[in-house]
Write a protein that binds this ligand. Sequence first.
Ligand SMILES: Cc1cc2nc3c(=O)[nH]c(=O)nc-3n(C[C@H](O)[C@H](O)[C@H](O)COP(=O)(O)OP(=O)(O)OC[C@H]3O[C@@H](n4cnc5c(N)ncnc54)[C@H](O)[C@@H]3O)c2cc1C
Length: 217
Amino acid sequence: MPGNEFLLGRAHQAFDEEGNLISQGTIDFLESCFYKFVRFATITNQLNEPEEVIFEPGTYSVTTVGHNGNLPMQVTLSEERIEKIDIDSSGESAGIADIVFSRIPAEIIEGQTLNVDAVSGASVTSNGVLDGVARAIRLAGGNPDSLRKRPKAPSALDKEYKTYETDLVIVGGGGAGLAAAARALQSGKRVIVVEKFPSVGGNTVRAGGPMNAPDLA
Ligand SMILES: Cc1cc2nc3c(=O)[nH]c(=O)nc-3n(C[C@H](O)[C@H](O)[C@H](O)COP(=O)(O)OP(=O)(O)OC[C@H]3O[C@@H](n4cnc5c(N)ncnc54)[C@H](O)[C@@H]3O)c2cc1C
């Protein structure tokens, strides 16, 4: 059957010595494939085109599930924009989830998008916030999927390589790392602390005992 050479991985058999296709049937087959591919690409592009989103303006009270239980929030929408996100964060773990409540609402509002990465180490709380805003959008007559397709906020895409000079690099900003950094700074050294989590403190800020806060008195 014409075109089978391509499907069976023997494309070279379809060409003559000058590099021209031998059979008109193969040409027809390939034309038909390209035509279908172009149609497929056109339809896929149409699906990805940004949709206009209109909200019923107002402040919507919603409750989703965070890491430790309910996560109540109020989302204020104007006709075309997410204006404000107020979250009652009191039920979530202080020190771990705090960064979620500043970073995620800021990125949502900056980019007018739900295409926001969860904060590593606090992904359940992050997804709770994103779900809550999505629910408010639905209540306001919008389609959250349209906002999930939007680009990320510009600040989230700022991943430039930067070069720093230092005397010392400390990996891990827990108690040990920060104590070492403080000591090095006291000795006049330049220090960079590299921390994988979005906030410093590590397990040290969770410790229940007196080790956590040295008594300098
Ligand atoms: C719930 C809990 C209660 C505790 N209570 C007590 C107590 O009452 N008394 C007591 O003495 N001890 C207690 N501990 C133990 C104490 O907290 C730890 O022994 C101490 O905090 C360890 O300090 P650290 O600086 O070595 O590690 P951490 O404070 O855990 O810091 C390590 C840091 O390194 C970062 N890190 C890891 N890998 C990388 C990487 N590849 N790149 C960059 N950064 C990285 C981590 O994110 C973290 O911030 C408790 C621990 C927990 C979890």
